[in-house]
Design a protein around this ligand. Structure first.
Ligand code: NAP
Length: 287
């Protein structure tokens, strides 16, 4: 029941209607018996600073940040966790003295989700599609987890080049190789783990996919799409049609949510509670 002591958390982004974060956090609050509600906030372009200051003034406990504000939000925070700062993208704001501190739980969430599926990054050659906030986090994860070569393909090559320079410098070795998206046919002739980290194919554009060419998918043994809505993306279908295994980003989303919830409430969510939340969300989404 909402009463005078209820704490509020939420997510800012644009668009925001597709978010299932309220389901995750409200399920966690119910499961843990916390007096907390979590709501979506649509924030228009140019209004991020006002949104962050307004949230703080309203005593909002914690916020998530989604597309397209994960980099822009950094300048409105009082502190940024060193890993999130390195990544250059923040998806979680934690209330502290004088303002919010930023974290990036996308990376830890993806790592927990992938290892749960038995996907090992260490020593693996990887195709990373995209160079935005999510792809940047994935690039750090791959470097940190000692991936082999990571080919980062992006429509805007300068962005991929800049992420590659930053990550390679941070880890002191050549691990990220930037490539123009349209040069995908120049990839080495072998099988890869492919991580789809662009926003192409996101509902309502279910029929869109970052690369149409069926030949590309012959080089993919495992496809991991960060998109979770639709549940079975066009990218995943093309991977499976070419004989590979495919996963969506729902588990990553749930684990990044759990990590954020743990930071806001200073609790540890058990594996059993995490499974409960995953099952209840699948049910609520009709999956
Ligand atoms: P972002 O920073 O806006 O980056 C978008 C990326 O998509 C960029 O690489 C951009 O390329 C590319 N892109 C967009 N439209 C394109 C088009 N028409 N053709 C080619 N490339 C295009 O977004 P983000 O925060 O990284 O998020 C990316 C995706 O990951 C979203 O779909 C989001 O829902 C998903 N995500 C999932 C989770 C999860 O927990 N499962 C977490 C975070 C994000 P340019 O650089 O050339 O513009």
């Amino acid at each position: 029941m909402i009463d005078g002591q209820t704490r509020t958390c939420g997510v800012i982004g644009n668009p925001i209607k597709h978010t299932i974060s309220p389901l995750i956090h409200n399920s966690l609050a119910a499961r843990c018996g916390h007096n907390l509600v979590y709501v979506p906030f649509l924030v228009e372009e140019g209004k991020v600073e006002e949104a962050v200051k307004g949230a703080y003034a309203l005593d909002i406990l914690g916020m998530n940040v989604t597309v397209p504000y994960k980099s822009e939000v950094i300048k409105y925070l009082v502190n940024v966790d060193s890993l999130a700062d390195k990544i250059g993208a923040v998806n979680t704001l934690v209330r502290t003295e004088g303002g919010y501190k930023g974290y990036n739980t996308d990376m830890s969430g993806l790592k927990r989700a992938m290892s749960g599926e038995g996907i090992i990054i260490e020593g693996e050659d990887i195709i990373l599609l995209g160079a935005g906030g999510a792809a940047r986090a994935v690039a750090y994860l791959c470097a940190q987890q000692k991936a082999g070569a990571v080919y980062m393909l992006n429509r805007t090559i300068e962005k991929a080049q800049s992420v590659a320079d930053e990550v390679n410098k941070a880890f002191g070795r050549e691990v990220i190789y930037p490539m123009l998206l349209s040069d995908y046919d120049k990839l080495p002739d072998k099988k890869f783990l492919a991580i789809q980290a662009t926003s192409v194919g996101l509902e309502p554009h279910d029929d869109e996919v970052i690369i149409e060419d069926a030949d590309f998918y012959k080089k993919v043994h495992t496809g991991y799409d960060l998109i979770y809505k639709p549940f079975n993306t066009r990218f995943m279908k093309l991977v499976v049609e070419a004989g590979g295994k495919a996963y969506n980003g729902l588990k990553m989303l749930i684990y990044q949510g759990i990590d954020a919830y743990e930071l806001w409430n200073d609790v540890r969510i058990s594996d059993e509670d995490a499974e409960f939340v995953f099952d209840s969300i699948k049910k609520k989404m009709g999956l």
